[in-house]
Design a protein around this ligand. Structure first.
Ligand code: CO
Length: 134
């Protein structure tokens, strides 16, 4: 089932300022900004030795994280991402246990080009969980 921690995603009000803060104050290795039009997000990757932090900001008018930023205008943790061995098997198992998978309940290509699903926060202690195929 779940294997490795992949990333934590934090929505920020100003991506450039956030990247600069992580780099200048925390000495982090940060990527350039990547825009994912199809996902409606702009992302900066903070690369750590054992994992990464994704700083996200809405991209375009229909961004799925726009409302989240409106509600949390100073920024907030949005989701955590954990890897799984077999996403289809995981989906079936989750459905058997009555867990709500967001969207159309089928794995979709995520920002890393691997199939992902998102689990409703009500089922996992207020945390939005992204599961990504290894
Ligand atoms: Co993610």
């Amino acid at each position: 089932m779940i294997t490795k921690f992949n990333h934590v995603a934090i929505v920020v009000p100003d991506l450039e300022a956030a990247a600069k803060k992580y780099a200048d104050i925390l000495g982090a290795n940060v990527s350039d900004i990547s825009n994912y039009k199809e996902h409606g997000v702009s992302v900066v990757f903070v690369k750590l030795e054992n994992t990464k932090i994704e700083l996200m900001h809405p991209y375009g008018d229909n961004s799925p994280i726009k409302k989240f930023l409106d509600k949390n205008n100073g920024g907030a943790i949005h989701h955590i991402c954990i890897e799984v061995k077999d996403i289809n098997e995981t989906c079936a198992r989750l459905k058997n246990h009555g867990i709500t998978i967001l969207g159309d309940e089928k794995p979709k290509k995520g920002a890393h080009n691997k199939p992902v699903i998102f689990l409703h926060p009500k089922d996992f202690y207020g945390t939005l969980i992204e599961l990504e195929q290894e």
